[in-house]
Design a protein around this ligand. Structure first.
Ligand code: NAI
Length: 343
């Protein structure tokens, strides 16, 4: 058997944590032959609830679950961590200004980044789920000077999965018959889910791949698809009465599994692409160092930005502006947290 891998989940007593932990313990994230050691980090007020979740994890008798530890101390939680899932964050409360929100989260993600720097394993991989996810990831990375910047990522896979599902439904095909979507930029309302290089396979397994914007019309893409995906979180809250939790957990698993095990090849034998917020190397005009969502593949345990997929203005007239707008927002957030002394 392989040695256990250490997985830390912050905000473990929260809604996403509850949907996430059991799937990790069942082997869905790292593979059916990899035992896991779970570290649950919570604030003191939620420790008892996290203990309750740990009891349920024991009750599930997962063959792959080697150990569970619950703590409020980041130094303990991140000791030897190989997969850090940073879910716990400070939500925006009524009347809270953006600066207050960034500052409150800086108070969480700065120390957690420092603890990762001081205690994590050499091969640590971090995904930030707690909002504002991209900028929280930037803050954590900036406090982990000894950890390569490309180990800090933020979750836009939920947005990507939502986009896949919306396109498949509109085209009347299975989700496996859709590929090539990119979510660009920030995990926020400015995000740009881009169909200009997407494809749809019409006619099932024996069918041929066609450009998505020949199968669905560009007007739908601009007027319905983009806002629908970007505002899906709010739609879930209004219908469900609570924010996305199981779908966010599922996307977090997809992100970490693809990062660790690779994105592999699609049904057509070509590299399978997805979207993830990773540190920019300056590609696509995104300022270096920002943690922005890109078209990516994962190979050899590393994310790589796929070049040559500039949003196509011939198919969506304001494509370039949409990319610029969401990147500008990330740049403003970086300036704001720099101004607050959080980097
Ligand atoms: P929740 O409020 O149910 O749970 C959050 C948990 O984090 C709470 O138990 C809280 O005690 C804990 N926490 C707060 N500060 C902490 C700290 N310093 N250390 C450890 N734990 C801490 O929230 P939920 O629904 O689980 O969502 C968590 C976060 O995920 C939110 O910020 C939400 O906005 C974000 N989110 C991100 C998505 C994405 O696609 N990137 C999608 C959905 C939610």
């Amino acid at each position: 058997a392989q040695p256990p891998r250490t997985v830390t989940v912050t905000g473990a007593a929260g809604n996403i944590g509850y949907a996430l932990l059991f799937r990790i313990a069942s082997g869905e994230m790292l593979g059916a032959d990899v035992p896991v050691r779970l570290r649950l980090l919570e604030v003191p007020a939620a420790l008892r609830a996290a203990e309750g979740t740990a009891m349920e994890l024991a009750d599930a008798a997962f063959p792959l679950l080697a150990d569970v530890q619950v703590t409020h101390d980041p130094a303990v939680a991140f000791d030897g961590v190989q997969h850090a899932l940073l879910v716990g964050a400070r939500p925006r409360s009524a009347g809270m200004e953006r600066g207050d929100l960034l500052e409150a989260n800086g108070g969480i993600f700065g120390p957690q980044g420092q603890a990762i720097n001081d205690h994590a394993a050499e091969d640590v991989r971090v995904v930030v789920v707690g909002n504002p996810a991209n900028t929280n990831a930037l803050i954590a990375a900036s406090h982990a000077r000894d950890v390569p910047a490309d180990r800090f990522t933020a979750l836009t896979r939920l947005d990507h999965n939502r986009a896949v599902s919306q396109l498949a439904a509109k085209a009347g095909v299975a989700v496996t018959d859709v590929d090539g979507i990119t979510v660009w930029g920030n995990h926020s309302a400015t995000q740009f889910p881009d169909l200009t290089h997407a494809r749809v396979r019409v006619g099932g397994a024996d069918g041929g791949w066609r450009p998505a914007l020949e199968v669905v019309d560009a007007g739908w893409a601009a007027e319905e698809f983009i806002p629908r995906v970007a505002e899906r979180g709010a739609e879930i809250i209004s219908v469900r009465g609570a924010s996305s939790a199981a779908s966010a957990a599922s996307a977090t698993i997809d992100h970490m599994r693809d990062w660790f095990l690779g994105t592999g090849v699609g049904t057509d034998g070509q590299a399978r692409r997805t979207s993830a917020a990773i540190v920019s190397d300056g590609s696509y005009g995104v300022p270096e160092g920002l943690i922005s969502s890109f078209p990516v593949v994962s190979e050899g345990g590393q994310w790589r930005i796929v070049p040559g997929l500039e949003p196509d203005a011939a198919l969506l007239p304001d494509a370039a502006e949409r990319l610029e707008r969401t990147v500008a927002e990330l740049d403003e957030e970086r300036e704001a947290v720099t101004g607050l002394g959080l980097l």
